[in-house]
Structures are given as structure tokens and as C-alpha cells.
Design a protein around this ligand. Sequence first.
Ligand SMILES: [Zn+2]
Length: 353
Amino acid sequence: MRDQLKALFLHLMKYAGIFWLSRRLTRRELRILCYHNFSLRDEHRFRSRLYMRPETFKQRLDFLLRRQIPVLSLGDALAQVEAGTLPDNAVVITIDDGWYGTFANGIPALHERKMPATLYVTTWYQHKQVPVFDVALGYLFWASHANSVNLEAIDPSLTGVYDLIDPAEEEVALEQLREFAAKLEAPAQLDLLYRIGQVIDVDFEPLHQQRLFSLMTDDELREVAESGVELQLHTHRHRVYANDASAMQTEIEDNRAVLSPLASGELVHFCYPSGVYDTAMWPALRDSGVVSATTTEVGFCTSETPMLAIPRIVDGEEISMIEFEAELSGFLELVRRARGRSNPPVSVAQSKA
Ligand SMILES: [Zn+2]
């Protein structure tokens, strides 16, 4: 009901010309869209922020085409923001992580429409070529109909029987499994996923074969880079450090070492993993040669935006087409500013302090 009312309100605003007005008012500001992964089967029902149906993504891209909205590469757009030459209402498409679903269902949709994009690639799981444990684990539990789980049946060093009907208890079980897996090497993590599947009655084999939780191989990344999608930095282990500059730099160096032989351009653009960021990370990022860093804070980018804290618009399957349109028009951004919910712009000079 709330969603229906919201949609009705947005339609009214659109037909009253408010979207048009919002586009005029915010036309000099850059919209950076953020995507993660594209479903191979029903993953969008599992996490609608992480996965999008390929059909929904194509709808978004066709909307951009129909409206003749300029879609620029990240580097080009940021340079034009700085130079004050950005075309009106320009958009950049960014995709995080480098999932196989993006290779299979996201990149082809972009190519069909000749649209540029930036792919921020995290490389530990990519290099190991095993499923991303935490996401695969979450999916297994989501897909399971089991009422409880005995962790000891998964591994003798684990204990406790947890009621899976109770979300809080389920979370305790998941946390134990995540902590346990974090200490394992990649092949052991894969074995563990198979064992968890057996215990909670979900066959992991077809999910693994279909590469639902896998990142792209080197060959796939190379193909993507050669086709014009730029590869950029997202840390090696999908982890950042606010109070350890050397660990932060190691993350970038390890990430860059894997990506350098695959990428076509310079690796100088960065995306904070899981949107976690802190200004304390900025010196380490600068020392690592990072010139821009995007977050998952919502907002538009202007010449006032600190280049190491660039907000984006996180799109997902649960976002309706009218909401997407409201967001791109700038209407929702103007509402946030009016409510004081938008991050006040920090000047570049201040941010460099
Ligand atoms: Zn990520």
C-alpha cells in the first residue's frame, strides 16, 4: 500500500512537470548509477539490492536511450565535472564486484546499446575462482526449508542447534559459519558450502555449476576490458582499513597486481567495498594513486563533491521504474536536500585538509 501511494505520488509529480523542473535545476550534476549483479535464476528474490533481473536492467538502459540521456565513462565524466563542461543530466554506469552474472547478463545489455561502464573488481575470490562464501551461504539458508540447523553436523568443531524460523537465531548460526569460513583456505570454503547444503537440504551443485556466486575468470575480465568496459579498483579482499594505512595500501596493491595484466587503462578509480568509508582512509588512497572513490551514499556529483567520497544512486530490482525516473530527474535528491537528509557538500579544499 505504501509503495502504491508512493508510486501514485511520483506519477502525479511527473505529470505536474515537477520531474521536468527537477531535471532543469539539477542538470549540471552528475548521476552515477551503481549496480552489483544480474540474476542467472531467482537471486533477485533473495537479495533485491544485490541482484537485478536482466530484463529490469535493459528497461533502465532503454529509458536512458529513449530520453537521449548522455552516458559517459567515469573518467570522462569526472574530468568534465571539474572543467564545467558536463552535458546536461549526464549519467555514468558503475557495476561493483565483477560477478559472473554481470558477464553473462549485464555487459551484453550494455554492448547492445553501445554504452560505456566501469566495473570495480574485487580480486581475492576472483583469483581463487571459488564462490563468494558469505553470499553463497546467505542464499543456501534463504533457499532452505529446514526448520533448524545443527552446526555440529556441518563441522565437529562447531556447536549449537538453531531455530531457522527465528531470524535472530538464524543470524547467530550464519555468523558462526562466516567466522569459521573466514579462517579457511578457498578450496575448504567450497567444501564447506557443499556440506552446509547437505545439512539444510539444498543441493549446492547446480548453483555452483551455474556460477551464481562466482566472480569472472581472468579470460572473462580480459574480454570485458577489451570490449571497452573499464576495470577499476575495489580492494583485493573486499575490505578497507580506516586506522591502518599500510593495510589499506596493501589492499589496493594486491587488487592492482591482479587487475593490471587484464585491464586496458590506468587503475586509479576506486570504489569502497560495502560502501564503508572514512576520511581517515584518504591519505592511504592518495598515496596509492587513487584519484576518485565512489561510495553507496545516495546523491549527485558536482565540482564541490570531494573526489574521494563521490555518492551514487544504488539501483536494484525492488526499485520501480517511476522511482528510478524520479531519482534520475533529481526530484528525490531535491526532496532529500529539502529535508536535510542529503550530505552537505564538502568543498574540495576542505576535503584535502
Ligand atoms: Zn563490492
